[in-house]
Ligand binder design. Sequence first.
Ligand SMILES: [Zn+2]
Length: 396
Amino acid sequence: MKRFFIIFGMLVLLALLPAEVYADRLGYVRTVVIDPGHGGHEPGAVGRKVKEKDLTLAISLKVGEYIKENLPDVKVIYTRDTDKHVELRDRTRIANENQADLFISIHCNSVTNRSAYGTETFVMGPHRNQANLEVAKLENASILYEDNYLEAYDGYDPNSPESNIIFTLFQNAYLNQSLTIASLVQDQFRERARRVDRGVKQAGFLVLYRATMPAILVETGFISNAREEEYLASEEGQNHIASAIYRAFRDYKTSQDQLAAAHEQQMLASANTQSQLSQPATPNPPARQSQQNTQPANNIHSNSDIVFKVQFASTSTLMPPDSPEFMGLQNVEFYFHDGLYKYTVGNETSLESAAALQERVQRAGLRDAFVVAFQNNDRISPAEAVRLINQRTIKP
Ligand SMILES: [Zn+2]
């Protein structure tokens, strides 16, 4: 009976989550919370020579130092900077209370198969296989060192199979951006640190599920593998791993900041246009359209495989394009994603014009409209789209 209530409670919680969970966070990256896994009387994985809690602390402090040195406009907050125990819920709370723009939890892997090695980065979401679930279960077992964990984590019980399945239905609200930073980390591990790339994965991690910002959990290598333990314990290995995470953060910040700056400019420009026109009581989308067409052409028109659209609604059953809920918008398209029909307008080749369109859609009464991006019909984050476009424009 107790189990029933726990599961019921979790389902109620899930039902309260917003249907549209893919909003992107728009803004400059100014605060990062770095979370060294485990600590104090909770050692994490234990190798032949070292403990996970010491490696995660050493690597985390190095990541923070690189950021402070090279990106002075970023505030670095650690969930711990000494060898002490911090409960999982407090780690997320620190990030939420400081309104961090990104949460990075740093860990080391451990499995009974001692030949396994390599790096992987997780975001919150449903696991695709048993191995991913095992990683989450192992990391989540930290709560066994905490009091009242059933109450504290919405009934999550690391030993209950049902609990693990239901728990995977939670997703970070910023899944796209979490996936973007996760793949940047794995790119750096593979290309710069020359580590084996086991990929970007999803599983239900207690340390991530309440984060109100993009959040990742990095497994920097297997402490259970003798060679990798040696590497992770060495100064050189820690420097490589930390600088890879730093570089990924730097690239993520660059693309997010560009996005935020573009949005800011757009808002400024439209505020100016507004005051010049100053014609109250005539909401005139067509006039704004022609206004926009007179702007100088952007130099990214050749990147037509990347498009920005404005998403304004999602429903569980398909609605006809002339539905009154669509406020008379023309050329409405939809795509099906994670069990929902999602409706968009526009086919913009630049973020600027997408932001302008978003504004018109919002003025039409669809205030929750936001910009989404696609590459060859696959949904990617706008930040990733901007990064890809910039990459191509920079090339000679
Ligand atoms: Zn760990």
